[in-house]
Design a binder for this molecule. Sequence first.
Ligand SMILES: [Zn+2]
Length: 100
Amino acid sequence: MGANHPQWIQALIFNKPQLLKALKEKGHDIKDIKIRNYFQKKNPKAHAEKEVWANHPSRIDIHGTSQCSVCNLPAPSGEISLWGKCGLCRRKDLSTKNNY
Ligand SMILES: [Zn+2]
């Protein structure tokens, strides 16, 4: 039996003796009901954020460095492969476009 809400678990634990008794009276051969707490699982959102950072294009430690073909300065390879230039040049491009 799984429960993912603290109040639900509390209610289940509180009602367990009655629930067990009721089930036994209906002819079920049950010795005990196990209530597992799934609430302790890792926060899926926090996990996703970690994943995003792990694959972030600006991470030199994972993707390594390349040379930007626009400013000829070393830049994270992730940025080069994503935008064809470093993040700084991309930002310059974007701000230039916004001026038109
Ligand atoms: Zn550049």
